[in-house]
Design a protein around this ligand. Structure first.
Ligand code: LMR
Length: 395
């Protein structure tokens, strides 16, 4: 049977890490997968997480199963972190999932189970797994124009034009903040217009928020999502703790369904928990338990928020430094947009041969669509990177 498998191409993001690891050059720079990096190029464990792990180690008395929906304290804290007071708690069904990817998967499973005729509309471009998972699961998929390569900004008019073709019952996937891969984000007026649109068209918004706290702040990054959640009857949300808690490999996330009523909430909650049972029974506990400890403890929470603020400040500084360095090196304002973008990524707008030249000639590992992980340039690495970009562009 297994001979039926065909060779598969490397993952567009994760495959780059393998090439990077095999590169013997000392001055190579990895700007691929979205993990935060400090000045030394390491991805540290956050101090608040370390402390929560100690608390967990000292206080945990059993590893017996928890409920299918996951840790109740974690789910409650996450609902508040993401939604604030936008929606009453008794309208939000939440399940713990293995990372934000697990949340997306479970919400796709929900579509497959109850709304297979719906088309899932995603931004062009979007995070490759949004598309990969939908195709793998046989969901109907459509793309709306999003990024204007000429301005490196969102083309809101084109987006609004494309989504007019949505049918009632379709699902509109939006990035809550820090758009991946472009770094270009919708403004609050756009979110208001989109909320009017989903209400008018009777389509379901699905917001993926994987980088809360990496853009402008924890509350700021959730503000548009909260505004929309307060106005619509139903909404799907995938949240991740991979980035803002640095818990990448521990796989911590949750899927939320904002329901139209408290009565509906009970049925939806139970169905989401059953989906966990059908796919993997229980989401991993360790990281989620640490998040619950941090968010439930005033001092640890303050420590975590301060570390998160530092990470965001580092990325903002790099954005400005890189934009300045590229302006100097290229003698052009072509890359000024980098300072305006938010989050972990920006798409530079380089052609494929230029991305390849960056890798082969300079040891700079950029995703094929020219997405860079801004955090990969900490510790002054923006300067050699800007030199390399200028050299490549000069031919
Ligand atoms: C990324 O986009 O680099 C991250 O979301 C990691 C991943 O799983 O792709």
């Amino acid at each position: 049977m297994l001979e039926r498998f065909q060779p598969v191409p490397p993952d567009p993001i994760l495959g780059l890490g393998q090439l990077y690891a095999a590169d013997p050059r000392d001055d190579k720079i990895d700007l691929g997968v979205g993990v935060f990096k400090d000045a030394a190029g390491n991805t540290p464990i956050m101090t608040a997480v370390r402390k929560a792990e100690v608390v967990l180690h000292d206080q945990q008395t059993t590893k017996a199963y928890k409920g299918l929906a996951g840790d109740e304290a974690f789910r409650d804290e996450m609902r508040q972190l993401v939604l604030g007071d936008a929606v009453p708690a008794d309208r939000v069904a939440t399940i713990q999932t293995p990372g934000g990817t697990g949340a997306i998967r479970q919400l796709y499973e929900t579509l497959k189970m109850i709304n297979i005729d719906a088309t899932l509309w995603v931004s062009d471009p979007t995070w490759p797994s949004h598309v990969g998972m939908a195709k793998h699961m046989g969901l109907k998929l459509a793309k709306y124009r999003y990024f204007d390569a000429a301005t490196s900004n969102v083309d809101t008019a084109a987006m609004m034009e494309d989504i007019q073709a949505m049918q009632p019952g379709d699902v509109l996937l939006l990035h809550g903040c820090c758009h991946n891969p472009t770094g270009a984000n919708l403004g609050s007026d756009d979110w208001q217009a989109l909320t009017d649109f989903v209400l008018e068209k009777n389509v379901t918004p699905f917001v993926d928020i994987a980088y809360q706290g990496f853009g402008d702040g924890l509350a700021e990054d959730a503000a548009n999502l909260r505004m929309m959640a307060a106005r619509v009857p139903e909404m799907l949300i995938a949240a991740s703790c991979s980035k803002n808690f640095g818990l990448y490999r521990d796989r911590v996330g949750c899927a939320m369904a904002v329901c139209s009523s408290a009565e509906q909430h009970a049925v939806v909650s139970r169905n989401l928990a059953v989906l966990n049972r059908l796919n993997y029974s229980f989401a991993p506990d360790h990281g989620a338990a640490c998040v619950a400890i941090i968010l439930g403890d005033t001092a640890l929470r303050a420590e975590w928020e301060s570390e998160l603020n530092d990470m965001r400040a580092t990325m903002m500084t790099i954005r400005q430094d890189l934009a300045d360095a590229l302006r100097r090196q290229c003698n052009s304002d072509r890359f000024d947009f980098i300072a305006e973008h938010r989050g972990m990524f920006s798409r530079l707008g380089l052609a494929t041969p230029e991305v390849e030249a960056l890798r082969t000639d300079h040891g700079m590992y950029v995703v094929g669509d020219s997405r860079i992980n801004i955090a990969g340039l900490s510790g002054g690495r923006y300067e050699p990177f800007a030199n390399a970009v200028a050299a490549v562009l000069a031919g």
